[in-house]
Design a protein around this ligand. Structure first.
Ligand code: SME
Length: 153
């Protein structure tokens, strides 16, 4: 399956138009993104719930760890630096948190609200090594920007 980002972006924008509730947005995007590509074996959000603390949000896939501090894991680094992380080999990433033994590569993107405040991260795991490209990061960031730009608080 080849992911058509133009089509995915249109679907996500149509489904989330006018929605400002972060969890409603996360649930909808996790579902749409996860089912858009066979490379995506776990797709979900971690929410910023306290200073330097992430908590699991809506996701698709097997159960995952519930809490991630900003100083741990790919998600923590992404949240701390507010920069997208593409990890081609999770086993080579210092501090990687293994939620599934089958995961080989990972993409984590920061999620900001309409005021530019970090509200969480989008985490996508793949059972394929080196599954993610810069195009994935750029296109998914645009989808997040469109959806969460509507959230103000
Ligand atoms: N691997 C992530 C933890 C979350 S799970 O992959 C769903 C990390 O290192 O931050």
């Amino acid at each position: 399956m080849t992911l058509d980002y133009c089509e995915l972006a249109q679907i996500c924008a149509a489904l989330t138009e006018g929605e400002t509730d972060p969890v409603a947005l996360m649930a909808t995007l996790a579902c749409e993104i996860h089912h858009a590509d066979d490379r995506f074996d776990w797709t979900g959000f971690y929410r910023v719930v306290a200073p330097d603390q992430l908590k699991i949000g809506p996701y698709q896939g097997v159960h995952a760890c519930l809490s991630i501090p900003f100083d741990r894991g790919v998600c923590g680094v992404c949240a701390r630096e507010e920069v997208a992380k593409i990890v081609a080999d999770v086993h080579a990433f210092p501090g990687y948190i293994a939620c599934s033994s089958t995961t080989q590569s990972e993409l984590v993107l920061p999620v900001w609200n309409g005021r530019g405040k970090l509200i969480g991260v989008l985490d996508i795991d793949s059972d394929q090594p080196g599954a993610f490209t810069l195009e994935d990061a750029v296109e998914l960031a645009e989808i997040l920007h469109t959806a969460f730009g509507q959230v103000k608080k």
